[in-house]
Design a protein around this ligand. Structure first.
Ligand code: MEV
Length: 305
């Protein structure tokens, strides 16, 4: 059967990668978390199709979860998902805790709202992206999608509007990829099971993480890097106790500290993914990267307004 695709209107959207500085997992239980977007992101284009019968699947570039998420959001936006071919260009590694699914959700939501002839204010993008993120992650806090909007450093608390964070000085961070792909959904469920099993221990750990984030926030505002590094180190210890770190992540955290990081911890859901290390400045981040000697598996990012 000859395929005939005539490209007509097209709509595009973009979502940024994300980096959680502190507070992952505890944020699912209503605690504060801090993070920002990455300059790397994902761009998505929808092209209206006119085609002959016996057609190719217009969503063939998506795996089954992404397809389900996209179809749910399209229905919610009042757009027929089969009317559009979808192409994606991404510089985000998938499954490394850097928010590839949130970037996809935000990019698709922006494009779908445009296709529906509606405006795309952040609140509406987040509502639609939330539909997709629930397919990917079950019960997400919503923080990943907020960072994927690309609005810079934010303080996030579930159910409240995100607050803009103004660091007292730029934060130079080294992101280290472990190379193993975690499932955020699995890790969130693991913590949930822990809470059900032992409410008192898990509750105390989540409270401790929440307190550390508040200390980290104060340190960020004052520009006190030593204090922030200490809070990050302690946050990693709490995440370990919650059962979301791995021996490989712990080794990378140790390696980063030995290489001179002021603080280091896992970032995101854990169970694999990435580690972040705090440097005193851009040049110091370069030195840490050199000592780590991990080539493309590490990169630098500066958290600033
Ligand atoms: C995942 O990037 C962050 C978690 O806190 C889950 C969430 O906030 O939805 C682990």
């Amino acid at each position: 059967m000859v395929e005939v695709f005539l490209f007509m209107a097209s709509f595009s959207g973009r979502g940024q990668g994300k980096l959680i500085l502190m507070g992952e997992h505890a944020v699912v239980y209503g605690k504060h978390a801090v993070g920002t977007h990455l300059s790397r992101g994902l761009s998505l284009r929808l092209r209206a199709l006119k085609r002959a019968p016996g057609r190719l699947d217009p969503l063939r570039s998506l795996d089954s979860k992404a397809r389900e998420a996209y179809r749910s959001a399209a229905r919610e936006a009042g757009v027929d998902p089969d009317r559009y071919g979808l192409t994606i260009a991404s510089r985000l590694p998938v499954g490394q805790g850097l928010g590839s699914s949130a970037a996809f959700s935000v990019a698709a939501s922006r494009a779908l709202l445009a296709a529906a002839g509606r405006g795309a204010p952040d609140a509406e993008v987040l509502r639609l992206a939330g539909v997709m993120e629930r397919v990917f992650h079950g019960t997400p806090s919503g923080m990943d999608a907020v960072m994927a909007l690309g609005r810079g450093p934010v303080i996030f608390r579930k159910g409240a509007p995100p607050e803009r964070l103004v660091p007292g000085r730029p934060l130079a961070l080294v992101v280290i990829l472990s190379g193993t792909s975690p499932s955020t959904r699995t890790m969130v469920e693991k913590v949930r099971r822990g809470c059900d099993r032992d409410r008192s221990t898990y509750g105390s750990l989540i409270d401790a993480a929440g307190d550390l984030v508040l200390q980290g926030l104060e340190a960020i505002r004052r520009g006190s890097l030593a204090e922030l590094g200490r809070a990050m180190n302690e946050n990693h210890a709490v995440l370990r106790a919650l059962g979301v770190s791995t021996p490989a992540l712990d080794r990378l955290v140790e390696k980063a500290r030995t290489a001179g990081a002021l603080g280091a911890k896992l970032t995101g859901g854990g169970g694999g993914g990435a580690v972040i290390a705090l440097a005193s400045a851009r040049a110091h981040a370069g030195e840490i990267r050199k000592k780590l000697n991990m080539g493309k598996n590490s990169f630098m990012t500066i958290m600033r307004v």
